[in-house]
Design a protein around this ligand. Sequence first.
Ligand code: SAM
Length: 286
Amino acid sequence: MKTLEITKKILKQYNIRADKRYGQNFLIDDNILENIVDVSNITDDDLIIEIGPGLGNLTSYLLNRAGHALLIEIDNKMIEILNNRFDGVNNYTLLNQDILKVNIDELINNVEEKLNKKFKTVKVVANLPYYITTPILFKLLQESARVSEIIIMVQKEVAERMVARPKTKDYGILTLMVEYLAVASIEFIVPNNSFIPAPDVTSAIIKLIKSKRYNVTNEETLFKLIHASFAQRRKKMINSLESTSFLDMSKHDLETIFQKCDLSLNSRAEELTINDYIKIIETIKL
Ligand code: SAM
C-alpha cells in the first residue's frame, strides 16, 4: 500500500489529526522517502536515530535497511500507532521523549547494552519538526560524540543558510557554526505537496558529515566572537566588537588585531570566512 493511503487510514482509524504544536507534517511521497534513505547510505551496521517518527512513514523505510533504529517521539498518541504498525518488526527501540531533554549518547549506550552490540556508525535521519530545527541541530553537532552523520529535512531557507557563501544575505552564525563542525551539502529540494498537511514552505534534505577540520585553542571564545560579530551585521565589525564585554578591548586594540590578521579595518561580519574568525581569536589569545 502507498504511504499516502496508509497515512489516511491511520489518521481515520485513530481519529487523529496532525498536531501543529508538535510541527507535524507527515511525508506521503514514496519517491521522496526512497530518496532520503538512498542518500543516507544506510547499512545494517548502522544505528539510525529518527527524531519524531510520527506515524512511521519514514521509519518504515529506515527499518528495512538499518541494523537498528532508535526512535524518539514526543507525542504519546504516536507511540501506540507505531507499536501497532511495526508489530513483529524487532530492529527498533521506541522512546516517548523530548529530543531536547535527552542525553543522546547515553541513549545510544543503552541501546548498545540492550543489544550487546557496538555500532560502527550512528546517523540521524529525520523529517524534523521545524519549530525546533536550530536547537536540535546544535545539540546533534555539539553535544553528541557518537552521531557522525545527520541527514535531515529542514526548510529550504535554513538549508541555504547552512551552505551560504560569504558576502551573501544567507551567510551568518548558522553558516559559520556548521562550517566549523561539519561538511554540509543540500541533497535535494522537497515540494510542500509531499506532506500532509502541506507546510507553507518548501523543504530540503541536507546532509551534514561531522568533521574536525579546524584547530582552535578555545572553541567557546570562537563561538562567542561569531555571535558578537553578527549582533549588528550591517555595522563594521570593529564597531560591533568594541561594545562587547567578553572581549573588553578598545577600538585601537581591535584595529591592531585586524591589521595583524591582514583584515581590512572596514570588514563586516558577513565578509569573513571561518579561517578569518579563527585567526582573530588565535591572535587575541583569549
Ligand atoms: N517522521 C514523520 C514523517 O516524516 O512523516 C513525522 C515528521 S513531523 C515533521 C515531526 C515529528 O516530530 C512529529 O511526529 C512530532 O510529534 C515530533 N516532535 C516534535 N517535537 C519533538 C520533540 N521535541 N522531540 C521528539 N519529537 C518531536
